[in-house]
Write a protein that binds this ligand. Structure first.
Ligand code: ATP
Length: 879
């Protein structure tokens, strides 16, 4: 029998002992052994919150004030023995629940799929090579490599740690990061004091670590306390929440109005109580927007999926609205605007300047003129955490692409790689901008440093500082990313930071090309057209940043503020500068937070990208925090609202477009539903108040509501992006739902509905048609108007009379055909005629009804064109 490997109290035992007990070694497991252990221990996953079962989900659809009102109405209708009406009301309730149920299921599936896209990865050593694997594939005995920003994928016994600290709040409640070391601790130490361990689910806040996996999945500490992964997020955004709230108030008002109407009809109009009651129920059901919440949720789900297709993964739903309203995007440079596929193209040493040819990470290329770059190359190789691997004929990097480029460069310079042993490291940090290592190779111990030239040159002795600064500057102005490399002999086992300052020997500069992404150039110009300012915030040199900014097409590439400049400005001065300056260089993550705050203080709505642990506060503060899916740390992803699967700026622009579309569609759903409901119910209310015969009966109004509310409204959830979406300026963040424009639209449409329905109705009565036929015509007029209204609403920002607008979407035509067929059935099929009290409408009158719809459409379209024309000339005047 295969035995499971396990280990008691790893924190109190020496690291070697733990390795031995788990049958592991510092080079990692073999892939076969890892596969065998995976079979044995199962995947490294925590149990997930169990989703609600289908029955509960279906029942939950009825838990809604609007539905309660309808159910009460159905019961009372039953008591009054109006069976048909009761049936129709129950059908409305059931149709809503079924559609809500199906769509919510799809929405939840979409969210679950998206969460799957964010599944964690881990860097491990297997078969002696560094590789990235699925977090779920880790097994006891694996050797895991971690750096600042990573989420710990399993419980680990530390084998190596440099400047390591972890935030363990989810496990211990302690939010201050705890320093970690490799030495054993007392067996009885509490969880938070076991400094030789890293716990699954916690975050590495600084330093680097190598750890041995001692427990996975449920066997980890976090698994044992039975903490569940985050449950299902409810599908809501500020607009949907506002609308829910509004809908509740609206229902309440409608009920009061309905009661008053009943009172009036019975006591003043002297109508029959039973009949009056049914009319009032019909009015209330027609007026209450019961389908709205479901349709809005579906709109969001459609948006989430559309964004995922464009590589923007939504982590928090409110971000869908926020990203559509941003007025400034602050973006990283490396990897977002540029490809992050680096190549060393130039080197300069005290001996002279060299050009290096070759593409990608292949170690093939020429150095001209020939010269001795051996020491520079060795420094580039040793002060390096990346690895190059040849797979399927392609050279690929494991780790930082810049370091991969340095490895390729070292090989081009014919630098051999005998077994070097690393004794100590000061990891790169964007605050101090260098990395240092102490290694032993061929019996010699050396410290190597690489980093930003300003930083490294200061550490060197005996060089012409001004000259080398000027040389670095010149390389940067060509758009190259510049690094300085230096070395010194070492004695001890550890790097003393004091040994670095002033004691190094300068080896040379290297310049790396990182070309802009062509699609980012196009996306920046799209953003500018959409009234969105794009700002670059980078840790790179000012010269490099300005050169890349110009190539990318930022609005104002020539003025650059550096981190040092920012430190000199107070909040008021910063607020003045921040709006016009587009390039910020040599910044640290702390500056990002200040910039977001300053931009927000100027009334702008800010999207901010980030990848490191220290970017988390700025991402949280931004209106839309965006993390990089590939090179981003887990810490940044957790703080972000959106994650870019491809790290590409173009995906941000695509997300803005989708965000605007979703918001437009939510508004379209509202703008279609409210006036339609108002129109339907006012027709009846007016007849009662004026003491006229009803143009549509109670059961007919219930019927209309049944077939149109969810179907026609639902079509709007699937509307594609309108043509001019990215040439409009961003909307105001604080825009209320009920803008004066929408209120006016409700009033106008309701009024036109009244005019059309009463017009057709009195025309029919005048021609001597029986009441039932007149009512059938009035009911069909209502439905025709709703369909025309739908086509109108599809284009709230442009003209509805284009070919694309008329052609519509598949969903629009499916619902229109379905509703039309249903109307034809109730109008012409005898058994339905008996139930709904309808009569066959003569063809000529049917055409008249459709013509009425066309006139209605023309009127509201003309009104819209006048309105859009006025706003356009208005904005021209203000501009
Ligand atoms: P962004 O991604 O925000 O555009 P960046 O990646 O250029 O910025 P940082 O990663 O903060 O910015 O790097 C800042 C500077 O630090 C670089 O210009 C380079 O000089 C130096 N640097 C970057 N990575 C390393 C590294 N691994 N080792 C040594 N120095 C580095």
């Amino acid at each position: 029998m295969r035995s499971a490997v396990s280990l008691e109290n790893p924190h109190s035992r020496p690291a070697e002992d733990c390795l031995a007990s788990l049958d592991a070694c510092p080079r990692g497991l073999t892939s076969q052994e890892a596969a065998r252990r995976l079979d044995l221990h199962g995947p490294n996953r925590l149990p997930e919150a169990r989703p609600r079962g289908p029955v509960m989900r279906f029942l939950a659809q009825f838990h809604n004030v609007l539905i309660y009102v309808l159910i009460v109405a159905a019961v009372v209708t039953g008591v009054l023995e109006h069976w048909v009406d009761m049936g129709v009301i129950l059908a409305v309730v059931l149709a809503n629940a079924v559609i809500g149920f199906i769509q919510e299921g799809r929405a939840e599936a979409a969210m679950a799929a998206i969460r799957g896209m964010l599944a964690p990865h881990a860097t491990v050593l297997r078969d002696g090579v560094r590789q990235t694997v699925d977090g779920a594939a880790l097994v006891p005995g694996d050797i895991v490599l971690l750096e600042a920003g990573d989420k710990v994928p399993a419980d680990l016994r530390l084998l190596g740690a440099h400047g390591l600290a972890a935030q363990e709040a989810i496990l211990t409640g302690e939010s201050v990061p705890v320093a970690k070391e490799t030495g054993p601790v007392a067996p009885e130490a509490a969880l938070g004091d076991r400094r030789s361990m890293l716990w699954s689910g916690t975050l590495v806040t600084s330093g680097t670590a190598t750890g041995l996996v001692v427990a996975t999945g449920r066997a980890t500490e976090i698994g044992r306390i039975g903490k569940l992964l985050a449950g299902v997020e409810t599908l809501t955004t500020p607009l949907v929440a506002q609308m829910d709230h509004f809908a509740r108030w609206l229902s309440f008002l409608i009920l009061i109005a309905a009661a008053l109407l009943l009172f009036y009809g019975y006591f003043v109009g002297h109508r029959d109580f039973g009949e009056m009651f049914m009319v009032v129920v019909g009015v209330a059901v027609a007026a209450i927007p019961e389908g709205l919440p479901a349709v809005m949720t579906i709109t969001l789900a459609v948006g989430v999926q559309a964004m995922a297709r464009r590589n923007a993964i939504v982590r928090r739903l409110p971000a869908i609205e926020a990203i559509g309203s941003v007025s400034v995007i602050c973006t990283d440079k490396t990897g977002t605007l540029t490809r992050n596929e680096m190549v060393v193209a130039a080197a300069e040493t005290p001996e002279g300047a060299f050009a290096i040819s070759g593409e990608g990470y292949a170690p093939e290329g020429r150095i001209t003129p020939e010269g001795d770059l051996a020491r520079l190359a060795r420094a580039a190789r040793l002060c390096n955490d990346a690895a190059l691997a040849l797979r399927d004929g392609m050279w690929l990097v494991e780790g930082d692409p810049m370091e991969g480029a340095l490895l390729a460069f070292a090989r081009k310079a014919a630098d051999a790689a005998p077994g070097a042993v690393r004794h100590d490291v000061i990891p790169f940090d964007s605050r101090h901008r260098f990395m240092a290592v102490l290694t032993e190779e061929d019996g010699a111990r050396l410290i190597h440093v690489k980093g930003a030239p300003e930083r490294v040159l200061r550490m060197c002795k005996g060089i012409a500082l001004d000259h080398w600064h000027a040389r670095a500057e010149a390389m940067a102005h060509q758009g190259l990313r510049v690094l300085a490399l230096a070395e010194r002999p070492a004695t001890g086992d550890a790097i003393d930071p004091r040994d670095l300052e002033g004691g190094l020997e300068f080896l040379g500069l290297v310049g790396l090309i990182d070309p802009p992404r062509p699609e980012a150039i196009a996306a920046v110009s799209d953003c500018l057209a959409a009234g969105i300012r794009v700002k670059m915030i980078t840790g790179d040199h000012a010269g490099t940043a300005a050169a890349i900014a110009a190539r990318i097409g930022l609005a104002n590439p020539s003025r650059v503020l550096t981190g040092a400049d920012l430190d000199r400005l107070d909040e008021a001065q910063l607020a003045l500068e921040v709006v016009s300056v587009d390039v910020f260089a040599r910044t640290s993550p702390e500056h990002k937070l200040r910039l977001v705050t300053a931009l927000q203080a100027s009334g702008l709505s800010v999207a901010m990208t980030g990848d490191g642990v220290n970017d988390a506060p700025a991402l949280k503060r931004a209106d839309a925090g965006i993390a990089m899916g590939r090179k981003g740390s887990e810490a940044a992803k957790e703080a972000a609202d959106l994650v870019l699967a491809d790290d590409n700026f173009a995906s941000i622009a695509a997300a803005v477009r989708e965000g605007r579309t979703v918001y437009d569609n939510l508004r379209k759903v509202i703008s279609w539903t409210l006036p339609t409901n108002a129109g339907e119910s006012l027709v009846v209310v007016l007849a009662v108040l004026a003491g006229l015969s009803l143009p549509v009966t109670a059961v007919q109004i219930l019927w209309i509501n049944l077939i149109t509310a969810v179907t026609l409204g639902l079509a709007l959830a699937f509307e594609p992006t309108e043509a001019g979406t990215m040439s409009r300026p961003p909307r105001r963040r604080d825009m209320p739902i009920l803008t004066s424009g929408l209120v006016w639209h409700v009033v106008l449409v309701a009024f036109l509905f009244l005019a059309a329905v009463f017009g057709i109705f009195s025309y029919a009565i005048d021609r001597g048609y029986p009441l039932a036929l007149a009512q059938t015509m009035a009911m069909n007029t209502l439905v025709v108007l709703e369909i025309f209204h739908l086509f109108f609403i599809r284009n709230i920002h442009g003209t509805s009379l284009t070919w694309a607008a008329v052609r519509g979407t598949r969903v629009v035509w499916i619902v229109v055909v379905a509703v039309t067929a249903a109307q034809l059935a109730v109008t012409y099929l005898p058994f339905l005629q008996r139930i709904l009290g309808t009569e066959a409408v003569p063809i000529a009158d049917g055409l008249l009804i459709i013509a009425m719809g066309a006139v209605f459409f023309a009127l509201i379209e003309i009104e819209k064109q006048i309105r859009l024309g006025l706003t356009r000339s208005d904005s021209r005047r203000t501009a």
